[in-house]
Design a protein around this ligand. Structure first.
Ligand code: BES
Ligand code: MN
Ligand code: ZN
Length: 520
C-alpha cells in the first residue's frame, strides 16, 4: 500500500475513485460541493432520492458522475457537522477504506483528509488518516495455505490537503502515520503469532533484527546473564518451562547523551498457563497474548526510532513462559527479588508482576527521566474498565496526566486509577516482605501497588492493557494498542525537550481560500 499527498480539485482527478464527505441532512463538504457544481447538481439529485443521508460511517459509490475525470465518486457520511470531531474523522476514514475494498478500485484520492477537525493541523489530519487506513487493512494470514488473492486490493491512497502550502505538513503527517502504523503492525504480528512460534527466543530475535535494521544498540541477556544480575524473581517464573527466558535491552540515542532516557518496560509472557495455579481451559489460547506489553514496547520503540525523535529511549523486555512442571514455582514459595525485597508467591498465576519487579529494579541503572511499564497484568482490569480503556497508574500524577492526554490525542484512550497507600495493606504477608497477590478487591490496583514497591527510585507509570491489547470473538486479534498513545507521549516529550511543538503548529485556515491555488 502506497500513500501520497496532493493538493488539487476533486473533479480533475484521473483516478478509479474520488472520496468526498457528506454531512447529515445532506450538507456537502467543500470537495463534494465542487463536484456537485461541476456536475450540475448530480450529487444533490442522488441525495434527494434518499439513498444516503450523511449518517456517520455510511457510504455510497456513484459511477459516471458528469464532468469528472474519475471512474467513481464515493460519498462518505460524516454525521452532524457540529459533532464532527476526532472520533468521527477516524470513523469516516475507516468507513471509506472498508467500502473501497468492496469495489474494484485499486487507487483512490480521498478528500476526507481536508475536512476540518477543530484544533488540529494538517499534520495531524494526515497522520491519523494513515493510521486509521492501515488499521483497517491489517490482516494476519501467514498461516493460511490458501490466501484469497485479491487482485483488486487497494494499492494507492492519495490524501488531499487544501492548499499547496499544506503539502509539507502533509508529508510530515504521512511519515509519522507510517511510523505509528509500522509500530502497531509489529505489535499485532508478534501478538497474533502462536506461542509455539513466538517464544522468548523469537521475541529476542525480533528485537535484534529491529536493532540491526535501524542501527541501534541491542543487548540480549540469556538465562546465565539474568542469573548473574540476581533477577531471581524473574527466573522463578521462567523455571517452569523448557523454553529459556530472555531479557532484551534496546537503546536509541536521539539526542545528547546527557539527556535522561525514557525507559519502556514490557511484560513478555509468551504463554501464561497460570503455572501450578493452573488456569481453567476455556479461552486459555488467548494467553498467547500475554506478551503484548513486550510487543507494545517493541512497536513503540520502532516507531520512535523511525521518526528519529529527539530523545533518548530504552526498551526493556522481560520474556519467558509461565508453565506448570516439576521445576515450576509452587504456591507458598518465597523468593528474594533483585531489589532484596522478599516475596511469598501465593498464586503462580500472578506472574507478570514477578518478572516486571526485577525489570523495574534493573532499569534503575539508566537514571531514567521516566519509566513506563506495559503489561496484560490483571483480569480485574477488564472488570474495571472493559475493553475500551487502558488503565494508568503512576507515582507522579503529572506523568499519569501526560499519558492520559496523549491517549486522548491519539484516539487510544487511557484513564488514571488510584494507587492510594491504603491498598498496600492487601499485600501483607506474615512470612515475607509481601505476598504476590492482594485478594479479590481492586485486583488491578493491588497489582500496581506491588510494582510500585520496585519503582521508588524514579518517576514511574504502569499501563494495564489486559482489556485493550487484543479482541476476542469473530474479530479476534491484537489491536496494536497502546502504541499510538505511547508514540504520542514520546512525541510530546520530544517537542517539550526541543522547546517547540510541531504538532501544535500553525492552525489550519478555512477551505474558502483553497479553490484559488488548486493544482491539477
Ligand atoms: N495475564 C494474566 C492477566 C489476564 C487475564 C489478562 C485474563 C487478560 C485476560 C495475569 O498473569 C494473571 O493471570 N493475573 C491473575 C492475577 C490473580 C492470580 C491475582 C488474574 O488476573 O486472574
Ligand atoms: Mn497469570
Ligand atoms: Zn500473565
Amino acid at each position: 500500500m502506497d500513500f501520497s499527498i496532493k493538493s488539487g480539485s476533486p473533479e480533475k482527478q484521473r483516478v478509479a475513485c474520488v472520496i468526498v464527505g457528506v454531512f447529515e441532512s445532506r450538507k456537502l463538504s467543500f470537495a463534494a460541493d465542487l463536484i456537485d457544481r461541476i456536475s450540475n447538481g448530480f450529487l444533490s439529485d442522488v441525495l434527494k432520492r434518499g439513498d444516503m443521508d450523511g449518517k456517520l460511517g455510511t457510504t455510497l459509490v456513484l459511477h459516471a458522475v458528469p464532468h469528472t475525470l474519475c471512474d467513481r465518486v464515493m460519498l462518505v457520511g460524516l454525521g452532524k457537522e457540529r459533532d464532527f470531531r476526532e472520533k468521527e474523522y477516524r470513523e469516516a476514514i475507516k468507513a471509506s477504506v472498508r467500502a473501497l475494498s468492496a469495489t474494484a478500485a485499486v487507487e483512490a484520492v480521498s478528500y476526507i483528509s481536508e475536512i476540518p477537525v477543530k484544533k488540529h493541523d494538517v499534520t495531524w489530519m494526515v497522520q491519523e488518516a494513515v493510521v486509521a487506513t492501515l488499521d483497517v487493512l491489517y490482516k494476519f494470514d501467514r498461516f493460511k495455505t490458501k490466501v484469497e488473492e485479491h487482485p483488486r486490493e487497494l494499492r494507492k491512497l492519495t490524501l488531499s490537503v487544501s492548499r499547496r502550502s499544506d503539502l509539507a505538513e502533509g508529508e510530515t503527517g504521512l511519515a509519522r502515520g507510517l511510523a505509528v502504523a509500522g509500530g502497531m503492525k509489529l505489535c499485532r504480528d508478534l501478538g497474533n503469532l502462536p506461542s509455539n512460534i513466538c517464544t522468548p527466543r523469537y521475541v529476542a530475535q525480533t528485537a535484534e533484527s529491529l536493532a540491526t535494521e535501524y542501527g541501534v544498540e541491542a543487548e540480549i541477556l540469556d538465562e546465565d546473564a539474568i542469573n548473574a544480575l540476581g533477577m531471581r524473581t524473574f527466573l522463578s517464573v521462567a523455571k517452569g518451562s523448557i523454553e529459556p527466558p530472555r531479557l532484551i535491552v534496546l537503546k536509541y540515542q536521539g539526542t545528547l547523551a546527557t539527556v535522561q532516557p525514557v525507559v519502556l518496560v514490557g511484560k513478555g509472557i509468551t504463554f501464561d498457563s497460570g503455572g501450578i495455579s493452573l488456569k481453567p481451559g476455556e479461552g486459555m489460547d488467548e494467553m498467547k497474548y500475554d506478551m503484548l506489553g513486550a510487543a507494545t514496547v517493541l512497536g513503540t520503540f520502532r516507531a520512535a526510532v523511525e521518526m528519529q525523535l529527539p530523545l533518548n529511549l530504552i526498551a526493556v523486555v522481560a520474556t519467558c513462559e509461565n508453565m506448570p512442571s516439576g521445576g515450576a514455582s509452587k504456591p507458598g514459595d518465597i523468593i528474594e527479588s533483585m531489589s532484596g525485597q522478599t516475596i511469598e508467591i501465593l498464586n503462580t498465576d500472578a506472574e507478570g508482576r514477578l518478572i516486571l519487579c526485577d525489570a523495574l529494579t534493573y532499569v534503575e541503572r539508566f537514571n531514567p527521566q521516566a519509566v513506563i511499564d506495559v503489561a496484560t497484568l490483571t483480569g480485574a482490569c477488564i472488570i474495571a474498565l472493559g475493553h475500551q480503556t487502558t488503565a494508568v497508574f503512576s507515582n507522579q500524577d503529572h506523568l499519569a496526566r501526560e499519558l492520559v492526554t496523549a491517549g486522548e490525542e491519539a484516539g487510544d484512550r487511557a484513564w488514571q486509577m488510584p494507587l492510594f497507600e491504603e491498598y498496600q495493606e492487601q499485600l501483607k504477608s506474615p512470612f515475607a516482605d509481601m505476598a504476590n497477590i492482594g485478594g479479590r478487591p481492586a485486583g488491578s490496583i493491588t497489582a500496581a501497588c506491588f510494582l510500585s514497591r520496585f519503582a521508588k527510585a524514579y518517576d514511574w507509570a504502569h499501563l494495564d492493557i489486559a482489556g485493550t491489547g487484543w479482541k476476542s470473538g469473530k474479530d479476534k486479534g491484537a489491536t496494536g494498542r497502546p502504541v499510538p498513545l505511547l508514540v504520542q507521549f514520546l512525541q510530546d516529550k520530544a517537542d517539550a525537550l526541543s522547546g517547540h511543538s510541531l504538532r501544535r503548529g500553525r492552525p489550519r485556515r478555512d477551505h474558502e481560500e483553497s479553490a484559488a491555488d488548486d493544482a491539477d
